[in-house]
Design a protein around this ligand. Structure first.
Ligand SMILES: Cc1ncc(COP(=O)(O)O)c(C=O)c1O
Length: 406
């Protein structure tokens, strides 16, 4: 019996590496097995991985909580109210969203599940979702898993990967239900500018659409670029579901804590089904997250480190003939154009062999990702080690044997 035929059509073609060699960083066990083979992993968007990154004050709170015994119990499916209160304060200060922690915030087990839930609450079978390309792979897969279709809307390097509203207009059909935005964009690092987001908001409102925004990387935005939360733009609060994470900015990816902000009507449905879909996030981790929000200054040195590393990445990869890189605008990764060397999958595999470093093939981020690599410079505990590893990659790339056109 071919049991695969029993699987839902929505999951057809999804591979986890049991029957094929999947090299995507976040699929199956293949990537972590490379780590055991002494390959340095720079393809997981996980700050300082594999070095420890729980600040002392958070660790202390969690140890005390374990000693008190409470974390062995469920927390309510919408999340700890104390955490939602801290989040509401942060949403007001940073995101200019004035929300009620009892009505407009949902704590999720990380933002990947939050993103999926945000799409699940909006999408019906046959709906179409406009997805800027390149962007986060979930934006393409999640709609498919929900029976909808992700329609790729190209972003162009020469336009600074900004949102091209004419391209959105061209992709619009009577079935279009929503736009999904990763802002700042992963993998290009683009921070969408205010004017660009205002035009997107106009497009969303004019065409009676919804917007899902993933702001997982909002904490590290460089060069004083103004960061705008689209839900705060006029007319957008009720049309937007915003997904956040403590994994990236706070370096607490293993806690599995994210949160969603949305209006009453959307949140009512989300609260209603949260127990069935999400269960609840980890109780102890939420207590740790409260401690993180209470004293968040620990992230300042993280941002300084990411800033230093992005400049080094720009310098190191920019000096390799045939390789192009723009100065990253956000996050702790860089988007490197290796099309001058050859096919990006070949270049990625070559780096594993020659430099013993694993990075991401740009093809995972949409059609426009062809010819690119995403390199996470924010991995590894010390700046020195990150820089040395990037130099090792650059030295290997200089010697890349099959240069295009040579
Ligand atoms: C853009 C983006 N959104 C969401 C996530 C998910 O993060 P988490 O589930 O740890 O909150 C990631 C992780 O790589 C990401 O890159």
């Amino acid at each position: 019996m071919d049991v695969r035929k029993k699987l839902s059509e929505r999951f057809a073609g999804v591979e986890g590496g049991l029957f094929s060699n999947v090299t995507k960083a976040d699929v199956g066990d293949g990537f972590s097995a490379m780590g055991k083979d002494k390959v340095t992993l720079m393809g997981w968007a996980d700050p300082f991985y594999p070095d420890p990154s729980i600040p002392e004050h958070i660790k202390q709170v969690m140890i005390e909580e374990i000693q008190n015994g409470f974390p062995s119990h469920y927390i309510m499916p919408s999340g700890s109210l104390a955490l939602r209160e801290r989040v509401a304060k942060k949403l007001k200060q940073k995101n200019h969203l004035d929300v009620d922690p009892k009505r407009n915030i949902l704590i999720t087990p990380g933002s990947d599940s939050g993103l999926f839930y945000a799409m699940a609450v909006l999408l019906d079978q046959g709906d179409e979702v406009l997805v800027p390309d390149p962007s986060y792979p979930n934006n393409f897969l999640d709609p498919k898993l929900l029976g909808a279709t992700a329609v790729s809307v190209p972003l162009a390097h020469d336009d600074g990967y900004s949102l091209d509203i004419e391209a959105f207009q061209a992709a619009l059909t009577s079935r279009t239900k929503a736009v999904v935005l990763t802002h700042p964009n992963n993998p290009t690092t683009t921070v969408f500018r205010k004017e660009n987001l205002e035009v997107l908001a106009e497009f969303v409102i004019k065409n009676d659409l919804m917007l899902v925004v993933d702001q997982a990387f909002e904490d590290s935005v460089f060069d004083d670029i103004e960061f705008i939360t689209p839900a705060s733009l006029p007319g957008m609060w009720e049309r937007t579901i915003t997904v956040f994470s403590i994994s990236k900015g706070m370096g607490l990816s293993g806690f599995r804590v994210g949160y969603i902000a949305a209006c009453d009507q959307i949140m009512d449905a989300m609260y209603g089904a949260a127990v069935n879909v999400l269960g609840a996030s980890n109780t102890l981790a939420q207590l740790g997250a409260i401690a993180a929000f209470d004293a968040p200054d620990f992230i300042d040195p993280y941002i300084q480190s990411f800033d230093y590393r992005r400049k080094k990445a720009f310098e190191i990869f920019g000096s390799v003939p045939g390789v192009k890189i723009e100065m990253p605008e956000s996050g702790f990764y860089c988007w490197v154009d290796v099309s001058g060397l050859g096919d990006s999958t070949d270049v990625m595999n070559y780096l594993v062999q020659e430099a013993k470093v694993a990075v991401n093939d740009g093809k995972n981020y949409g059609k426009q990702g062809n010819g690119h690599l995403r390199i996470i410079h924010g991995c590894l505990g010390s700046d020195e080690e990150a820089v040395l590893t990037m130099r090792r990659m650059a030295d290997a790339l200089v010697k890349y044997p099959k240069r295009n056109g040579e």
